[in-house]
Design a protein around this ligand. Structure first.
Ligand code: IMP
Ligand code: MG
Length: 186
């Protein structure tokens, strides 16, 4: 089969479709067991988490609702500053709710740390995090993450929701870009 234009951008597939699907299903089972008897509110962080959240939700057997937040970091495109601006706030009031924040990837942890402080001030009954990936080597601030899909090395990845300058989110797997496309310093 010939490669598509999109596939030619890929240097290495880091997590293939089957591995992603199997792990997402496992997380769904684990979360469903932990929240049995409760109503869950999933908060997806736009835009990267949308793909993961859509798949994860279909493995949940507890009643759940979804809402989304969009936040932007004031850092440059690849390094987080920890100063975060809310571009789109929640529609739902989370006071007294069991909230699970769904993130695509945790790098320095600065974005998530800000978000958690913001959400905690709204007094949810519980507040946990589910991240598809984390890069432990890059962590600058400790944020407790209850559910982790994959721990990955310090490499910039795209696909399954993750972007480089808004591109490559539609790759069905998580990949490292080819050397020619990787910007200087990544
Ligand atoms: P943090 O504040 O440094 O933890 O950055 C978290 C955000 O940076 C994620 O939600 C992503 O949007 C973005 N990010 C971090 N690492 C990567 C990566 O390897 N590929 C694509 N986006 C990334
Ligand atoms: Mg991003």
């Amino acid at each position: 089969m010939s490669q598509t234009e999109l596939e030619r951008a890929v240097g290495e597939v880091l997590i293939d479709e089957e591995t992603l699907a199997a792990r997402v299903a496992e997380l769904g089972v684990e979360i469903s067991a932990d929240y049995e008897g409760r109503d869950l509110l999933l908060i997806g962080v736009l835009k990267g988490a949308v793909f993961f959240m859509a798949d994860l939700m279909r493995h949940l057997t507890v009643p759940c609702e979804v809402d989304f937040m969009a936040i932007s970091s004031y850092g440059d495109s690849t390094d987080s500053s920890g100063i975060v601006r809310i571009l789109k706030d929640l529609d739902i009031n989370i006071e007294g709710r069991d909230v699970l924040v769904v993130e695509d990837i945790i790098d320095s942890g600065l974005t998530l740390s800000y978000l958690m402080r913001n959400l905690e001030s709204r007094e949810p009954a519980s507040l946990e995090v589910c991240a598809l990936m984390t890069k432990p080597a890059r962590r600058e601030i400790d944020v407790p993450v209850r559910y982790i899909g994959f721990e990955i090395a310090d490499r910039f990845v795209v696909g399954y929701g993750l972007d480089l300058a808004e591109r490559y989110r539609n790759l069905p797997y998580v990949a490292v870009l080819s050397d020619e496309l990787m910007p200087e310093g990544l």
